[in-house]
Ligand binder design. Structure first.
Ligand SMILES: [Zn+2]
Length: 340
């Protein structure tokens, strides 16, 4: 979503080749985390000669969080690398600006290990780097959206005006790794990615933000890479899974995850603060309970947005120790039966 103008006292020092032109202020619980991490943390690794658009943070012995600025005015994003015994898993692929594959190979010190690229969902900031890989995985309910919105050489055009100038974020168009066809492999709920030597990562759907938005559970580190789980809506007409884009689906998926909290120590989402205690999922479930009970009456906030010439009223429900769930009244309850 295009933002406003930079707020000078919210500036974060950066050596990235990208520079944001338009942005919105980060949620107040995210900004201090990002400021301290990016300006002062010794976890940070930066290899501009390989990829000047991504900062890497080593968060476990075999896990990195990769930071990239948003290229389209929305929130800055996180991708994640898990270096397994035989294979590497990459959760999300960012905007596709800069050599992501080369950076992953550099971090894991191998050009031979297979990289399993898996998307939490199809949005620009999570899947536009897919073409740097021969195949990419996603949840089966995300297949339609992925093919419709993330698999074409024209996906980056919206970032530039008629004269070819960057609209939201300054970066060199020549640094987009050119699109090529790749194989999309949809997987069912509970699918296990085997990184070798019994190292398992499980596909755990947390749908609602998109039809097949999926988290990935690193069973060895007890980390859940959650993706985007605080905004609900969207969905494309002809998509057989479009009815997942609502609060109810996220609420039901979240109940299933909350029942397994003893398997999860830490949450690493697609945006904002990471290495957050898994109780945040219970606090989010609490917010979802309150929405399901009275979507309008219980809301903590409301704001009018213009979308395609129409006014849409968005509501927010605050999450204890977190940000907030955003939704509108057309995307609360399911119209068809819930399916895992
Ligand atoms: Zn998203």
């Amino acid at each position: 979503m295009p933002g406003g103008t930079p707020i000078p006292n919210r500036y974060i020092r950066s050596n990235l080749k990208s520079h944001r032109i338009l942005w919105e202020e980060e949620h107040p619980c995210r900004w201090p985390f990002m400021k301290i991490l990016r300006e002062t943390s010794s976890l940070k690794e930066f290899y501009p000669e390989i990829n000047p658009y991504v900062e890497a943070y080593k968060v476990r012995d075999n896990v990195w969080a990769l930071f990239q600025e948003s290229m389209d005015g929305a929130g800055d994003l996180w991708m994640y690398v898990i270096d397994g015994p035989e294979k590497v898993m990459l959760v999300d692929t960012g905007f596709g600006v800069g050599d992501l594959k080369g950076l992953v190979q550099h971090l894991v010190k191998s050009r031979d290990k297979e990289i399993i690229a898996a998307n939490t969902h199809h949005h620009y900031d999570h899947a536009y780097g897919n073409a740097q890989f021969d195949k990419c995985y996603c949840h089966k309910d995300e297949e339609y959206s992925m093919r419709l919105r993330a698999m074409s050489p024209t996906i980056w055009d919206y970032l530039f005006d008629e004269s070819g100038k960057n609209i939201y974020t300054q970066f060199d168009r020549a640094d987009i790794i050119p699109y090529k066809e790749y194989e999309l492999i949809p997987v069912p709920t509970g699918h296990i990615f085997d990184l070798g030597d019994g190292y398992e990562v499980e596909a755990v759907p947390l749908r609602g933000h998109s039809a097949g938005q999926c988290a990935y559970l690193d069973r060895r580190n007890h980390i859940l890479f959650a993706g985007d789980i605080t905004g609900v809506g969207g969905g494309y007409g002809a998509d057989p899974a479009a009815d997942n884009c609502n609060v109810e689906t996220l609420w039901r998926d979240m109940q299933a995850v909350a029942a397994r909290l003893d398997e999860i120590e830490s949450i690493f989402p697609g945006h904002g603060c990471w290495d957050v205690t898994s109780s945040i999922l219970r606090f989010e479930l609490d917010a979802l309970n309150r929405i399901m009970e009275a979507p309008e009456g219980n809301a903590d906030g409301t704001r009018l947005f213009r979308r395609n010439g129409e006014e849409v009223r968005m509501f927010t429900m605050n999450i204890h120790q977190g940000t907030a769930v955003r939704y509108n009244l057309e995307h609360v309850y399911r119209k068809t039966p819930y399916q895992r």
